[in-house]
Design a protein. Structure first.
Length: 207
């Protein structure tokens, strides 16, 4: 906003202490009066223009940039950085013992009892080594394989884990002295009912 200050000086004619103009100066005094009036008119015009410019002024001033109003910062949601816990794993189920095959050791003896096909026969008396056996076609072919469980009833009753075949003997060239020792019990059968391939399987008592 511009402020124009106009100082008006009034000169009073004929004031004491001021010489009265002579005729020669009268015309000059008249001209001075006209010039003063013209000067006053110009000042009035300048004042009017300044007033108009001031009232019409806007906030847009050359060379001055008006900052745009700041937008409020977006709200930040607090997000927990704590790790999400994985669901607890269920406790492992106790191992289920596989069902054990059941074999009855119905008697002790040797070939005649094996040929009866009534179940396993205790052959310990004949071999001098703890052994049970069956004919291949009577049950020997179905005897559980290594890693399985077998439950014996009758003689040598108990729960056993089946191990590997620890010997394959030829009954025509070998005798009971070739049967391996040191096992809790052995299971013997002639593979394909052939005495050339008598297998002996280790059994370990587990119950």
């Amino acid at each position: 906003m511009f402020v124009v200050t106009v100082t008006t000086v009034a000169i009073a004619a004929g004031t004491s202490g001021v010489l009265s103009p002579g005729p020669a100066h009268a015309a000059g005094g008249a001209r001075g009066t006209v010039d003063a009036a013209s000067h006053a008119s110009e000042l009035a015009s300048i004042i009017a223009k300044a007033t108009t410019a001031s009232s019409a002024a806007t906030t847009e001033v050359p060379g001055v940039q008006i900052a745009a109003p700041k937008r409020p910062a977006p709200a930040h949601h607090n997000v927990s950085t704590a790790a999400v816990k994985a669901p607890a794993r269920p406790a492992p189920k106790p191992a289920v013992r596989p069902a054990a095959a059941t074999i009855s050791v119905w008697t002790s003896g040797f070939q005649a009892q094996l040929n009866a096909c009534r179940g396993a026969v205790d052959l310990t008396g004949a071999y001098r080594v703890p052994t049970i056996g069956e004919k291949w076609t009577c049950g020997g072919a179905r005897f559980p394989r290594a890693g399985s469980l077998v439950r014996l009833t009758g003689l040598h009753a108990g729960l056993y884990r089946v191990g590997p075949v620890v010997a394959m003997l030829n009954a025509y060239t070998q005798n009971s002295g070739a049967i391996p020792r040191g096992y809790a019990l052995l299971f013997q059968t002639c593979v394909n009912d052939n005495a050339h391939t008598e297998s002996f399987t280790a059994l370990t008592r587990v119950g």
